[in-house]
Design a binder for this molecule. Sequence first.
Ligand code: SF4
Length: 554
Amino acid sequence: MTIPCRVLMVYPKFIPNSFWNYTEACELVGAKYPAAPLGLITVAAMLPKHWDIRLVNRNTEPLTDADLDWADLVMIGGMLNQQPDFIYLIDLAHLHGKPVCVGGPDVSSSPHLYADADFQVIGEAEQIMVHFIAAWESGERKGVFIAEKFKIDVTQSPMPRYDLIKFDHYLFIGVQYSRGCPFTCEFCDIIELYGRVPRTKTNDQILAELQALYDHGYRGHVDFVDDNFIGNKKNLRTLLPRLKAWLEERDYPFEFSTEASINIADDDELLQAMKDANFFAIFVGIESPDPETLVQMKKKQNTRRNIAECIHKIYGYGMFVTAGFIVGFDTEKVSMGQAMIDFIEETNIPVCMVGLLYALPGTQLTRRLTKEGRLHKGHDLMKVEQAGDQCTLGCNFDTKRPLRDILVDYKAVLRHVFSPTAYAGRLSRLAVKLDRSDRRRDLPDGDMRKRLGGIDSVHGIMRALPEVREPFWKTFVEVAKTNPAALRYIVMLMALYMHLGPFSKRVISEIDRRIAELDGMHPVRATASSARARSLDATGNNHLSNEQVSAVNS
Ligand code: SF4
């Protein structure tokens, strides 16, 4: 007997002040949020066919009382940066008398925070949804379902329910080819959640997912949301030529981005295959310019190479790089701030996610800090009133260097890296290196990024942020003359500055507040610290500018 069930799937709001929300860039092309909720539409595909499903993404549309009243069951999934709204939604559903089932990365990492939910699905959902469904259909109204770690066969993962998505709400759509990463970075929760043996879907499976997107009429940017796209190079080598052929047959409906470890630069053949398969951007975790710090964080793969050369090599294949950097490691030296600035300038990476080290639940880092008695109470709790991400909320542990010094360095890096002149300078130098000469220039009809390419967009950006007018215009004119094939990407990266510029200012003012708070709480230490910053500046050992140091101390 089939028992009908009306399921309301809700994707919680991300915290508002996050590096990743790119609100202003979304507005420029008429989108509402960067990415669609791939996890929830994958879980939706695991539910019985006779269940009725409605999806509400709280980042793009309102959740109404009528939605909640309609539902027999509310399912919610999300990440750490969605935690405050996630917990609020559990209460809201209960107020409407609806049972709640929760899952996703934050529930899997910190199930104790979601104890009020009626059902918890912990770990990768594929293996255990069937048990949840059986329990629900047999009338149970409480339960915890725990997946055996890293055992899910992703070749059995169903086709995500793309039919539940409103494509025009998003800057890009995600697909997932693999899960897991072979490396051991101490701060990383990916390897704790998905393991160190990357598991890939079959080529037919991922091409079928792309075909489904194509058949739904989607055109444009598709992001492979893999933890490390090159985690299983052997399988990837067989996929990329097929992806190229698939694109050619359909006149290149999609352009791809992904995330990969820096050793991608060792492999010319793989870079060429990615270029042929129309990849245009790669996110790389660089974290620190200091080899000793990279060894301490167990990111040894970044120590055996000249990273700047690796990045420039990737540009030569027509793909630009965005990167993550972290401040706050135990082994950092006083000179770290300037070293990070120099490194970012040398690599010409425009979009740098520079954050403070944040001990994520369940990681090696968190375990070590717990053992050392350094982890702060409530380290896994994201409070509503804090409303920030690792850029403002790290370090959530007792640091080895004085926290004030770390914050001062961090602020100096942000101040430099996101100044309009430095950002535009990196864009100009990136354009010199970004070889788009034998790439297609035209985007397919229906790609919302078509609204972004030209001079009107640049005027829109300059109107919104008058302070960028001079450097951005200079870069635009230069690139239009010298490398017009790269111009679209340079304008795209200028559009991202509409978020990054104001965001970095907000982070700096929050860091100022934290420094003032530290000064208020520890006047003796703060004075010593300020004196030290001044003396370092005077002796030239710290290469931060006078302006930076005095701004910090003022
Ligand atoms: S390379 Fe990236 S995904 Fe892999 S362990 Fe390191 S931080 Fe995690």
